[in-house]
Design a protein around this ligand. Sequence first.
Ligand code: COA
Length: 380
Amino acid sequence: MNQSTFAKGLEGVVAAESEICQIDGQDGRLYYRGISIDDLAVHSSFEETAYLLLYEKLPTAAELSRFTEQMRSQRSIPSPVRTMIRDFPENGSPMELLQSVISYLSGSQEHTIQHSATCNCRNTLHQIAQIATVLATYQRFREGQPYVEPRTDLSHGANFLYMLRGEEPDEFEGRVMDTCLVLHAEHGFCASTFTARVVASTYSTCYCSISAAIGALYGFLHGGANEPALTMVEEIGSKENVAPWLDRALAEKQKIMGMGHRVYKAKDPRAVIIEKHLHDLSELKGDFHLYEILKELENQFRERMQEAGKPLYPNVDFFSGAVYSLLGIPKDLFTPIFAVARTAGWLAHVLEQRKDNRLYRPKCLYVGSQPVQYVPIDNR
Ligand code: COA
């Protein structure tokens, strides 16, 4: 093997061509199929974004209406799935539950192992539709509350909050939740998406792709620093404590959660949008506590990193945990919510992989022992 092609973690390696997501890390811009995330956040919905990702174009009004109806009609989860959620071992994480449920759902729909380039992923929208219901139901059962049947007159985001709470959220809260799903729906060749594509490249089923991707997302290097970012803010406790807390954290060489990004060398465009939502949500709730600490932390951290010659900016996770917290969502659901949104992107990548498939089969650079004599057990 030519050593020059070795790149640890495949860093810098172009593994495939893709038309789905463009990231301009230098200027902090993000596009789904050429449409700016800024426009999608203001004008679109999660359902329209899912259509855009899966069907490679924005829908007409009639197409969106059909697609929305199809997704919403599949939100409800069958009784055996509810039983499975109720019986899921207490020590299992919600991410592991989502993985298991996706595998379980594969038995409820007709589908085939894909031997050809044709794939029925677009007909299996229930994966995107139901994963939100599964998560909300998990939380309800954990609180000793009954299952809430999903509604078909609410957006994906608003319905998720409705199912969690058992009562309809404020219209703005529903919009914020839906926008968060739009912002997390896709982000190029991250570890989970690559995982989904590797599985798809073997002509396995889309269910196997999605459950494998959820597994990859679970790891803390990927699935979101939003939970520890919120824990960090809670630990800081007040705006006044930011400076001494930061002094100590940097002296101890701690990583500040929600700061920095491998690709973005500017403020993550999703962070810009979520920050605005956090501000407006804080206003709605009359509670600026988290917002003020985060802004103070952002300002002081950026100033110090700039002085140190390491310009670093907030990523998507910096403000999102605070938004979810104000929406009353517990911390351990933050990464699963990421999965709820990203299912749309994963499926789009599975479809794209199948269109022009080549089995992923990289090599490794062998650095182990050269051939040696086998030593019988009594002689070792
Ligand atoms: N807090 C403090 N210092 C940070 C930092 C952070 N969040 N992120 C990067 N740095 C520093 C590194 O220590 C390094 O300093 P050095 O050159 O003196 O060693 C320098 O900035 C470059 O960082 P590096 O780790 O090489 O960047 P990366 O591209 O490999 O890492 C992340 C990107 C996201 C893994 C990293 O920024 C990080 O761990 N952030 C916190 C976790 C997080 O928010 N994850 C969610 C990502 S969406």
